[in-house]
Design a protein around this ligand. Structure first.
Ligand SMILES: *Cc1c(COP(=O)(O)O)cnc(C)c1O
Length: 393
């Protein structure tokens, strides 16, 4: 089985570029150039230097002793929470800003829901001295005031999307419209392994630094590059894609993907795409998404903003269909409990997205010598208010 993208941008039955004709030139320019740029020696040097000195890589691979004792296996945490801005998202935005510069672009646009991708984008635009315009739903602007403030401090302009439900998908529509109108000057930074080809492949390649580092780090600690299990949470699937990337063709390394069940798979308030998703097109990509029988996207829900996406990237749809990955859906309640548990066991407060991955341990069985690597996708500071309200802290 092959897990890399083919020439048309497909992973098995999923992927491609289903966009209005007016976007063809933009995507073609990107498609023609991205691999050459990413593989260029000067690009690699600049990218790796920034990852080291600006982002703070390599992030540690930490042996979680107390957690390992509790779940009776060897648990390692890949500490993406220690990246600058507190999560893995910056691995991708740094890559894309350097790529945009090499394409001669002078302006960046992005859409954001909870604001995390907006902040990661505004950060690298400040770093590169490039104009930054962030589209955000009017409802999200109200809900996510701290991230709006961060983006403003970083010099970004924020444009409020006032149509539809005034949330992420409306912001996406406006960003796409902007890109159609400004094809020469502007690069559109997408924040996960979603969207039309070549975005899923490009973002996965920028995030692959996660598994590249793990190979070296695990070899030093365990004398093998290969864990028995990889566990990651999945919103669009970028931190998961980075964790899996170097291991996709190695069937001895089992893959567990954890998505958000919200208030329960059958509750009508969830984001459990692996169970509820049907084949359709979202964000220019053919993939699994939650939709009504007449093809309307169902509003997703999860207590964690990063996981309430109504689909998964095409790579993940393929990993699910081919049974390369096992999917587990975790409720808000289980995730919040796990977030508190890992804080107390290891002294690390996780993002609620990350906490979903830890809740999966209650539904899995491991052997004592199994090496399990969990992607610790982000730190919990941004979620403190949710923790406070939920546990009455
Ligand atoms: C955005 C985010 C996620 C989900 O996005 P993916 O593209 O699925 O990785 C997970 N964890 C954290 C901390 C995030 O900020």
């Amino acid at each position: 089985m092959k897990y890399s993208v083919d020439k048309e941008g497909f992973y098995g039955n999923f992927g491609g570029a289903f966009v209005p004709e007016m976007l063809f030139p933009n995507l073609e320019e990107l498609e023609k150039n991205y691999n050459n740029i990413i593989n260029d020696k000067d690009f690699k040097t600049e990218y790796n230097n920034l990852l080291k000195d600006y982002v703070g890589r390599p992030t540690p691979l930490y042996f979680a002793e107390r957690m390992s004792e509790k779940y009776k296996c060897k648990i390692y945490l890949k500490r993406e929470d220690l990246c600058h801005t507190g999560a893995h998202k910056i691995n991708n935005t740094i890559g894309q800003i350097l790529l945009a510069k090499r394409l001669g672009k002078t302006r960046i646009i992005a859409e954001t829901g909870a604001g995390q991708h907006g902040v990661a984008t505004a950060t690298v635009c400040a770093l590169a001295g490039i104009e930054c315009v962030i589209y955000m739903g009017a409802v999200d602007i109200k809900r996510q005031a701290p991230n709006v403030a961060r983006m403003k401090m970083l010099g970004a302009s924020i444009i409020s999307a006032e149509s539809g439900s005034k949330t992420l998908k409306d912001a996406t529509n406006e960003a796409i419209r902007d890109w159609i109108n400004n094809p020469l000057t502007t690069h559109y930074i997408i924040g996960s392994v979603v969207g039309p080809h070549p975005y899923p492949d490009m973002v996965a390649k920028f995030q692959s630094i996660v598994s590249k580092e793990i190979k070296t780090q695990l070899y030093e600690k365990e004398g093998t590059e290969n864990p028995d299990y990889l566990i990651a949470n999945i919103g669009g699937g970028s931190n998961a894609a980075g964790l899996y990337y170097e291991y996709l063709e190695n069937d001895n390394v089992k893959i567990i993907s954890v998505e958000a069940a919200g208030e329960g798979i059958e509750s009508g308030k969830s984001a459990a795409t692996s169970v509820l998703g049907k084949v359709g097109i979202i964000h220019g990509s053919k993939t699994l998404l939650m939709q009504t029988t007449d093809g309307q996207i169902i509003e997703p829900y999860s207590i964690s903003a990063g996981l309430d996406y109504p689909g998964v990237g095409p790579l993940h749809a393929h990993l699910l269909e081919s049974k390369r990955a096992q999917f587990i859906s975790i409720t808000d309640q289980d995730a919040m409990k796990a977030g508190l548990e890992i804080s107390k066991l290891e002294g690390i407060i996780p993002a609620i997205e990350t906490a979903h991955a830890f809740a999966a341990f209650n539904y899995l069985e491991f052997k004592k010598d199994d090496i399990v690597v969990v992607n610790f996708s982000g730190r919990g500071d941004k979620d403190l208010n949710t923790y406070i309200e939920y546990f009455d802290l």
